[in-house]
Write a protein that binds this ligand. Structure first.
Ligand SMILES: C[S@@+](CC[C@H](N)C(=O)[O-])C[C@H]1O[C@@H](n2cnc3c(N)ncnc32)[C@H](O)[C@@H]1O
Length: 290
């Protein structure tokens, strides 16, 4: 039994069901209803072997519990937004075509990018663009956004951001608004906190020797995975997702990838979107230290 915690269009899920666990079962989780609809179509031929759940992956334990399961053999996180989300202008993830300032993966949630862009104080905007975009021009960008408010489209926002960065400092090879868009997306979807909370619960949901894999696409995600894996591999009080203290220290994971696995030049040539991908893997252990 495997869990694909970031089902998207179901590409990984399909490969897992076909090649890794033929005849086995998979639970696919995604909080985006476009993703669950697309994956349902793609995985239809597997019948009851593929169970699709629209949920936040932070609820992984509850999802398993509701299906009468407590432990699984493998869990995959393929993080960030999907091609489907980026390519549909109406979702507002991309500045490549005009769309509403939305960026919600789960459209049931109230906070959109428009709410953050048009209502948050300048200081808060600058802080989140700095923290989640690692953008050195965050203050100037926040000031320009506040002056241009209200903004309603992705392309209008991208123009304001580009105009706020001196042309000689535009990053090479990416649009000058890329970092700001990343920051807004992370903030709208609370991506890093969700990840930090979900990994310990995922570790707990694995059977002994079960495997946890995470694919990240930028340094903030990778750092979060690396540090959370390290914490769970060094011993912490149980259960790993809480701060409850206990006299026993338990090591939950053994890290299998000291350095992350990155795609080969051939793979990048075939799939340019993979160029910044990093894969980290860990194995569930059950060691108690007195
Ligand atoms: C990079 S895509 C995954 C693509 C997928 N591996 C495939 O083969 O098509 C990431 C997916 O994770 C989903 N996602 C991101 N954060 C999530 C969360 N906290 N809970 C549930 N789904 C999430 C997004 O909605 C998106 O569909």
């Amino acid at each position: 039994m495997y869990v694909d915690a970031t089902l998207g269009g179901g590409g990984h899920a399909e490969a897992i069901l076909e090649r890794i666990i033929p005849g086995g079962r998979l639970i696919g989780i995604d909080r985006d209803d476009d993703a669950t609809a697309e994956a349902s179509r793609r995985l239809q031929r597997f019948g009851e072997a593929a169970v699709i759940v629209r949920e936040n992956f932070t609820a992984i334990k509850e999802v398993l519990h509701s299906l009468g399961l407590s432990q699984v053999d493998g869990i995959l996180f393929d993080l960030g937004a999907s091609s489907m989300q980026f390519e549909n202008a109406d979702r507002g993830f991309s500045f490549a075509a005009a769309g509403p300032l939305d960026m919600r993966m789960d459209r049931r949630q109230p906070v959109t990018a428009a709410e953050i862009v048009n209502r948050r104080p300048e200081e808060e905007l600058a802080g989140l663009i700095w923290r989640y975009g690692e953008e050195r021009w965050s203050r100037r960008i926040a000031r320009a956004i506040v002056r241009a408010r209200p903004l309603s489209t992705t392309t209008a926002l991208a123009e304001v951001v580009a105009g706020a960065i001196p042309r000689r400092s535009w990053p090479r090879g990416i649009h000058p608004a890329t970092r700001t868009f990343q920051a807004l997306r992370i903030a709208v979807n609370d991506e890093l906190r969700n990840l930090e909370n979900a990994i310990p619960d995922a570790a707990e949901a694995l059977r002994e020797a079960g495997r946890l894999c995470a694919i990240t696409f930028h340094s903030l995600e990778d750092r979060t995975v690396k540090h959370t894996f390290l914490r769970l591999s060094r011993g912490c009080t149980s259960p790993p997702g809480t701060s409850a203290s206990s006299s026993q220290e338990r090591r939950w994971l053994r890290i299998l990838t000291r350095k992350p696995i990155t795609p080969s030049p051939e793979e990048i040539a075939r799939n340019p979107r993979a160029r910044s991908a990093k894969l980290r893997a860990a194995e569930r252990i059950n060691e108690v230290e007195q």
